[in-house]
Design a protein around this ligand. Structure first.
Ligand code: MYR
Length: 131
């Protein structure tokens, strides 16, 4: 169900979330228009991800339940994993610089992919449509 290419359509509270993450105003303004596109290919427990935005293009692989490293566009390094609960992908990632935890959830709602993020009590949502 997650398979395919998803293009961000709108975001909710993303600026506040990035502020909580410690991202400065200039970068937040740029990130608000990042044109993020994510391609997901699931094969059993394995996922291949392609991420394209105004900041960068990257590809990565992960296996459900297996920790991997991921860097945000500003260089913040995370380590964590995704698990599948029912039809929902749940990610738990720890920042390497301060050990604080970012949680994120991906689910399909109607014909949209809804990804929510939580960091230190601040939640944001980004909603993607099929590209
Ligand atoms: C993936 O499945 O796309 C790769 C792993 C994603 C890890 C967690 C993503 C958190 C992104 C937070 C972005 C907010 C920047 C302040």
């Amino acid at each position: 169900a997650f398979n395919g290419t998803w293009k961000v359509d709108r975001s909710e509270n993303y600026d506040k979330f990035m502020e909580q993450m410690g991202i400065n105003l200039v970068k937040r303004k740029l990130a608000a228009h990042d044109n993020l596109k994510i391609t997901l290919e699931q094969d059993g427990d394995k996922f291949h991800v392609k991420e394209v935005s105004t900041f960068r293009t990257l590809e990565l692989d992960f296996t459900l339940g297996v920790a991997f490293e991921y860097s945000l566009a500003d260089g913040t390094e995370l380590s964590g994993s995704w698990v599948m609960e029912g039809d929902v992908l749940k990610g738990t990632f720890d920042r390497k610089d301060n050990s604080k935890t970012l949680t994120t959830v991906r689910k399909i709602v109607g014909d949209e992919l809804v990804q929510s993020y939580n960091y230190e009590g601040v939640e944001a949502t980004r909603i993607f449509k099929r590209a």
